[in-house]
Design a protein around this ligand. Structure first.
Ligand SMILES: Nc1ncnc2c1ncn2[C@@H]1O[C@H](COP(=O)(O)OP(=O)(O)OP(=O)(O)O)[C@@H](O)[C@H]1O
Ligand SMILES: [Mg+2]
Length: 484
């Protein structure tokens, strides 16, 4: 993995990294708050042996002291000294508990011993440290004095006495939070890497082309505005998404050179991949180029076009199929020039049956004859057969794949469903692709203002006057990939 890929991954999985880091820092804060504060009081002991007269004796004396230091540190942390201290101070604790509070350490090649006592009370910590040291002085005197009463071979001096500590040594908030932060980052990045490794969703154009076996004819970026109003008002709109739909419109001209598709089904493997939003805007982009377009809501289970376009939803496709109204009566003009809508109508109990009926086929061919383009929104291919049925009666399918949503095998399965009914796949459209960052679909360079309409004019100039007229530029998504 290159640094660039790694940064890209971090950018796309920043939520995982942030949530993990915040969680571990919070944990560190909780641990810090729950930890009982401990105060540390320290003394320093000096080990000496009787001074000799000669240099050799002095040297040997120092050596003896150094050898004793190691044993003394053990004694300082031992049970009997702890018990003596408890007795002296009248403490209500066991020798074992006190032993746990005491640490004695000696620096190599010195005759100094540092004694540290940690206790919940700062005063008690000081008292224990001082009493323990004093008791040790007595203990060493007893141990080192020969039974014949001659001079003790070593003695201890409390060189530095303990004072009451001001602040606790445990917990250490800065250290704990630092560890939490570092752990969180490591854990977060590891999780992000793991998630990426296990992520089987399609995120790049070449993978989508490889699975579908057709070219990617459109890449529709994420545009938050579309959540409020799915329809782009193409007039003077040079936004990234408007330009993406204009490019998709241009690319549609290159498909099926001999028999340009005019009845197009917009389908996807799974729900919420952006079918309805994309279908509306493909229709609007075609209408902008002065084509006469009808948009059909072929999703009879979760119809959305009426809501998205703010038109009447109660009468539509199902109404005509049930014979309750003639087609002409339920076709609705929209606020957009050149765009007519046939909503789904009342939700029927048997959508697949209705969509597969001869009547449905007849309506579709009637509309195909009446309009330059018929764009059909549909339901998810893997959920129900409706979209495949519509696809079988169409000129071809545009397969919508939402960036990072549909899994490889789901798309393959959807393609198989289309192949099984003999539907032709025109191309794939990547939707809701990230617009920022370093992803392959970022549009960092943007589109200049005023450029959109010029492109559009160019498009129009290149477009056939009628959809049936031959396409001027020979192109096929498989061989000569359309400009994205
Ligand atoms: N280009 C886009 N940028 C941002 N949001 C989008 C875009 N396209 C679609 N969305 C949002 O994604 C969600 C799903 O979109 P849409 O309803 O078009 O998908 P769908 O495939 O038709 O769903 P369903 O399978 O339920 O019919 C909606 O909230 C919509 O606003
Ligand atoms: Mg939909």
């Amino acid at each position: 993995m290159t640094l660039r890929n790694f940064l890209k991954l971090l950018r796309s999985r920043w939520i995982t990294v942030c949530v993990t880091t915040v969680a571990t820092v919070l944990l560190a804060v909780i641990v810090t708050l729950l930890t009982t504060p401990l105060y540390q009081a320290s003394t320093r002991l000096f080990v000496s042996t009787p001074a000799g007269d000669t240099l050799t004796e002095i040297y040997e004396g120092t050596l003896t002291s150094q050898q004793r230091v190691a044993s003394y540190t053990q004694l300082l942390m031992g049970e009997s000294l702890a018990q003596r201290t408890i007795n002296k101070l009248g403490l209500d604790m066991s020798a074992k508990d006190l032993q746990k509070e005491v640490t004695a350490s000696a620096k190599p090649d010195t005759i100094l011993i540092d004694v540290a006592v940690r206790d919940e009370s700062p005063v008690r910590a000081r008292d224990i440290a001082n009493t323990l040291s004093d008791e040790f002085v007595t203990m060493v005197r007893e141990l080192e004095t020969p039974s014949d009463g001659s001079k003790a071979s070593a003695r201890i001096v409390v060189e530095q006495r303990a004072s009451v500590p001001d602040s606790p040594v445990v917990p250490e908030p800065a250290r704990n939070i630092g560890i939490g932060l570092a752990l969180g980052l490591v854990l977060g990045i590891s999780l992000a890497l793991l998630r990426d490794l296990l992520d089987n969703t399609v995120k790049d154009r070449s993978t989508l082309e490889e699975i579908t076996g057709v070219g990617v004819v459109g890449t529709i970026p994420l545009d938050k505005e579309r959540r409020k109003d799915p329809a782009i008002s193409f007039d003077d709109d040079n936004s990234e998404i408007a330009e993406a739909f204009r490019k998709l419109r241009t690319n549609l001209q290159f498909l099926g050179v001999d028999n340009p598709p005019r009845l197009i089904v917009v389908a996807s493997a799974t729900p919420s991949e952006g079918k309805s939003t994309t279908a509306i805007n493909i229709a609007l982009a075609l209408a902008e180029a002065e084509h006469n377009v009808v948009l059909i809501d072929g999703d009879m289970r979760r119809p959305m076009l009426d809501t998205y376009l703010n038109v009447v939803g109660s009468a539509g496709f199902s109404t005509v199929l049930s014979g309750a109204a003639p087609l002409a009566d339920v076709l609705q003009e929209t606020r957009f020039k050149g765009l007519t809508v046939l909503t789904s109508g009342a939700i029927p109990p048997n959508p697949s049956e209705l969509l597969g009926s001869l009547a449905a086929k007849k309506i579709l061919s009637e509309l195909r004859a009446q309009f330059d383009y018929v764009i059909v929104d549909s339901s998810p291919l893997l959920a129900v057969t409706d979209a495949a049925i519509l696809a079988a009666n169409s000129d071809g399918v545009l397969l919508i794949a939402r960036y990072g949503q549909a899994k490889r095998e789901q798309i393959s399965h959807a393609i198989t469903n289309l192949e099984n009914v003999g539907a032709s796949l025109l191309g794939a459209v990547f939707t809701i692709t990230p617009t920022r960052g370093v992803g392959p679909y970022s549009y960092g360079y943007g589109y200049g203002y005023g450029y959109g309409h010029k492109t559009d004019d160019k498009d129009k100039a290149r477009q056939p006057s009628s959809p049936n007229a031959p396409t001027p530029e020979p192109a096929h998504p498989g061989s000569d990939r359309p400009d994205e």
